[in-house]
Design a protein around this ligand. Structure first.
Ligand SMILES: [Zn+2]
Length: 361
């Protein structure tokens, strides 16, 4: 039988062993049988907090009935498939696919947080709002992206928007009705979101160059980040979107997001029913874009993460899914914590399902 490596730490967040100067003590506590591989799983007992756990506790497939689907769902979520289409192919319920996409999204948020540079980005950044929608055509939102000229995606967040553009009188009436019932998007949402995004990814005291279009909320956000020096360069959004456009990294990221994500297609019925769902999918996309995908798929060259020195070589999806990440080990906070635990609201749904499991966090 294969010799299992010893467990790396106690999976209980507030266990004394994490602070113990004498190291961690645990003992083996038999095996349990599983319906899927690995069929025989070693159990352990932490001698500090008394909680028992197993080698499976450290796998991203922890507590999944269909652990073998996780890798396929990672790829399918990037290949223009809606949840129902994936479910049909795999012979499972759409809810099974949805739950695994959510788990992958949480996992990818932490994988990216582990690898992304923690010091100031060493290249010019491009900021852009990727326009998409949740819950139907009356509920647009921006996925704000911060991308380097290497095409490395440093991070993203969301900003709810009010539906704009030309409306027929009937559409205006409908918008009025919906706003009366569910409230209106915060007009300051983009400014707030950009402040959060840049504040999270550019540490205080550092200097960066940020390129963007002429959105009026961006300079307002930068002015509030007084302890960072931000050199802001704008390019009109009407400028032709060629590789010579200074905003090309963001324009390409937008194309790839729309090309691979069924939820972002125009006129689709696969739109995200909740903003949170789109954010989980965006996290999977970001990890694939930064650490797996070649910059040129024809040349099969290194992904952007290698180009900026965040990882030494390309990661495979098996490597990304090799070990489970725990949110309490990375001290995520603010927007990232809300997103991880599924607390990003969708205005149209009063009550949302948050991720609040005791163990499968
Ligand atoms: Zn413990």
């Amino acid at each position: 039988m294969r010799q299992e490596p010893p467990p790396p730490f106690c999976p209980t967040p507030d266990c004394d062993s994490h602070a113990s100067p004498h190291g961690w003590r645990f003992k083996k506590k038999g095996f349990f049988a599983r319906a899927r591989g690995p069929r025989r799983v070693q159990r352990y007992l932490c001698q500090h907090c008394g909680r028992s756990f197993s080698t499976q506790t450290f796998s991203p497939t922890y507590w999944l009935r269909r652990p073998e689907l996780l890798k396929s769902i990672f790829w399918r979520s990037l290949s223009c498939s809606g949840l129902r289409q994936i479910a049909r192919e795999l012979g499972v319920r759409p809810l099974t696919v949805q739950r695994q996409v959510e788990r992958l999204g949480r996992h990818c948020l932490l994988v990216h947080e582990e690898h992304r540079p923690k010091n100031a980005p060493q290249e010019p950044l491009v900021l852009d709002g990727f326009r998409t929608l949740e819950s139907g055509h009356y509920w647009p939102f921006d996925l704000n992206l911060l991308v380097g000229t290497s095409h490395f995606v440093y991070g993203f967040n969301d900003a709810e928007l009010r539906r704009s553009g030309t409306h027929t009188p009937k559409q205006l009436e409908r918008r009025r009705e919906l706003e009366a019932r569910y409230g209106r998007a915060d007009p300051q949402a983009t400014r707030r979101a950009v402040e959060e995004l840049v504040g999270r990814l550019v540490p205080p005291g550092s200097t960066v160059e940020i390129r963007s279009d002429d959105h009026q909320a961006y300079p307002q956000a930068f002015r509030r980040l007084r302890d960072r020096t931000i050199r802001h360069q704008t390019t009109p959004s009407k400028a032709s979107r060629t590789p010579r456009n200074p905003l090309f990294p963001a324009n390409l990221a937008d194309l790839l997001l729309r090309h691979g994500g069924a939820n972002h297609k125009r006129e689709t019925i696969a739109f995200s029913k909740r903003r949170q769902g789109a954010l989980y999918r965006a996290a999977i996309w970001m990890v694939w874009r930064n650490y797996v995908k070649s910059r040129s798929e024809q040349r099969r060259d290194a992904p952007p993460g290698v180009a900026i020195g965040a990882i030494p070589r390309r990661l495979t999806v098996e490597e990304i899914l090799a070990s489970r990440r725990f949110p309490w080990r990375q001290e995520i906070k603010g927007w990232l914590e809300h997103c991880y635990f599924g607390r990003i609201p969708t205005r149209r749904l009063g009550r949302i399902r948050v991720h609040a499991c005791a163990y499968a966090i």
